[in-house]
Design a protein around this ligand. Structure first.
Ligand SMILES: C[S@@+](CC[C@H](N)C(=O)[O-])C[C@H]1O[C@@H](n2cnc3c(N)ncnc32)[C@H](O)[C@@H]1O
Length: 230
């Protein structure tokens, strides 16, 4: 008996379950773009609490150091034997466990913080694909946000939610072919999925927390204007 639930929504297939169990059972995909639990709780307080200001939601898995190898194994290898197309957030927290080469990228959140402001002004990503475009600027400080998520009607749906515009830029930087498949094994509220579908790719998402899985299903259904089918 399978230990997960699978839902097909248009060009997206979403799994509710543990990506460490589900990913090895899937066909190899064109790219992985993901924002995994970084082990922040593990590194800084040991208690698994999220340190994101004004949020009390705990992120499952954030109480352990992150080991990325199983993600590399899910991708077809490059001709030179290197890891396939992958872009990972929070990679500065597990840099020692990344392969040689690749590219560091920055999301500049341009918050213009005051001295007492605890908001981070940047996030770092690691990509296996070399690109000349390594900085993305997009304002994102608590409730001060630009882009589609800035609207008062767009409430924050995940403690670690990423802007759709940022995720579209990440997918483009990996040069995923149109119609190709992007996978986010730690999809949270589905921001990578919305970005993949909007930019003409197929999407596979996995999420272990039912609350976030339901949010992702809702956003991905809305994005495509279709109904879910099990
Ligand atoms: C940093 S958040 C991703 C947020 C996402 N970028 C967004 O925009 O909403 C990481 C997500 O991975 C999920 N997660 C943790 N361990 C997992 C696992 N083993 N399998 C699948 N999902 C997992 C957590 O529940 C959390 O929602």
């Amino acid at each position: 008996m399978s230990n997960y639930e699978k839902v097909k929504i248009g060009n997206a297939t979403l799994y509710l379950g543990d990506c460490r169990e589900i990913l090895p059972t899937l066909e190899k995909m064109d790219a992985i773009v993901s924002d995994p639990p970084y082990g922040i709780g593990f590194q800084h307080n040991g208690g698994g609490r999220s340190l994101v200001p004004c949020c009390t939601d705990k992120i499952i898995g954030d109480d352990q150091a992150f080991e990325p190898q199983f993600l590399f194994d899910a991708l077809p290898k490059k001709r030179n034997g290197g890891v396939g197309n992958i872009l990972l957030f929070g990679a500065n927290y597990y840099a020692k466990r990344l392969p040689d080469g690749g590219e560091w990228m920055v999301w500049d959140k341009i918050p213009r913080c005051g001295a007492k402001d605890s908001f981070r002004d940047a996030e770092f990503m690691w990509s296996s694909v070399k690109t000349p475009r390594t900085i993305f600027r997009h304002q994102w400080k608590g409730l001060i946000r630009e882009g589609e998520e800035a609207s008062a009607k767009q409430k924050r749906v995940h403690v670690s939610q990423k802007p759709v515009a940022l995720m579209m830029w990440c997918i483009d930087s990996l040069i995923v072919p149109l119609g190709g498949t992007v996978c986010d094994p730690f999809m949270g509220s589905g921001s990578t999925g919305v970005a993949a579908l909007r930019s003409g790719r197929q999407f596979i998402g996995i999420e272990i927390d039912k609350k976030h899985f339901d949010t992702a299903c809702e956003r991905i259904t809305k994005e495509q204007g279709v109904f879910a089918a099990s």
